[in-house]
Design a protein around this ligand. Structure first.
Ligand code: SF4
Ligand code: SF4
Length: 295
């Protein structure tokens, strides 16, 4: 029987998820990264907020672009083959000629291939940025989708490409819910931490995100946040299904205050340092045991 506590993984990528916003997902991700002194990746590209706590000094900003078609009107004969080909409604032919709706385009490149006149070429369109920095022992990468852009998936791809440059473990702060942004974020992770709050709504969202990680066959455990004395619906849910409860974070005014002030709890109070260090240890054992079980 291997000793889980002594095993080392060459790469350790841990996604932090929640079924909805406001459950404490960023709180858990930021404090785990700070307790481990490793890496934090903000994949919540529509509303990244981990930097409000970590306050990194950004050393690099990279532009994220996607390819969209551009038409040469002197070549276009109006045959409409490109319009018929596009499944995303990104092309239309009007009395003014071929219209391109860049935000509908999925950059498949198909229209360029089917055009018999070589009237279509590609240009780069900026949809957001990735920032890279460092703060008090934590390497921090953060994706930011520009306002009005329909999909942050290319930004997630850009972020994940830099995963190998970061010290382990890397904690990925995912978007809330179970959208394609979350699916892209967890695709290659080793373990998922599901953060839940003890309300009926919280239970529904926990179930939703648990179903998602099961679909992806990812090992997972639950952190119950905002725990009050008495019955906890999330706890019952986990016990009935044999889901590991990694930690319970009590509902406490002090933690709410630290969070509202943009402070990192493990750096401010010994009880939270102890709580997250303990969570880190349990998580490490869980991940390494799962790695052995899956290998
Ligand atoms: S690249 Fe693909 S998605 Fe974009 S306009 Fe052309 S066919 Fe449509
Ligand atoms: S396929 Fe080419 S020639 Fe035909 S409408 Fe589209 S851009 Fe114009």
């Amino acid at each position: 029987m291997p000793d889980c506590r002594t095993m080392e993984a060459t790469e350790l990528r841990i996604a932090i998820l929640s079924g909805k916003g406001g459950t404490g997902k960023t709180l858990v991700a930021v404090n785990l990264a700070a307790a481990a002194g490793s890496s934090y990746m903000d994949c919540d590209v529509e509303e990244p907020n981990g930097h409000l706590f970590l306050k990194p000094a950004w050393s690099q900003t990279e532009t994220v672009t996607v390819k969209v078609p551009v038409v040469d009107r002197t070549r276009c004969t109006g045959c409409r083959r490109c319009v018929d080909f596009c499944r995303y409604g990104a092309l239309a032919y009007t009395s003014a000629g071929l219209m391109i709706l860049p935000k509908n385009c999925h950059s498949c490149g198909g229209c360029i291939l089917v055009c018999p006149e070589q009237a279509l070429t590609e240009r780069e369109r900026t949809i957001g940025t990735v920032q890279k920095g460092f703060s008090a022992g934590v390497h921090c990468h953060s994706g930011i989708l520009e306002i009005g852009e329909p999909s942050g998936v290319p930004i997630i791809h850009h972020l994940l490409k830099s995963m190998g440059d970061l010290p382990n473990p890397v904690f990925l702060d995912c978007s809330p819910g179970s959208s394609c942004l979350v699916m892209e974020s967890i695709r290659d992770v080793d373990y998922c931490v599901l953060v839940a709050e003890p309300t009926l709504f919280g239970l529904h969202n926990l179930e939703m995100v648990w179903e998602l990680v099961r679909l992806f066959k990812k090992p997972c455990g639950v952190v119950l946040n905002k725990v009050l004395p008495g019955e906890n619906l999330g706890e019952t849910f986990c016990q009935e299904r044999g889901i590991t409860i990694l930690a319970q974070i009590p509902f406490h005014r002090d933690l709410g205050l630290l969070t509202s002030q943009g402070k990192i709890a493990v750096k401010e109070a010994s009880e939270y340092k102890s709580l997250f260090s303990c969570l880190l240890t349990i998580l490490s054992q869980e991940v390494h045991c799962e790695t052995v079980a899956y290998s």
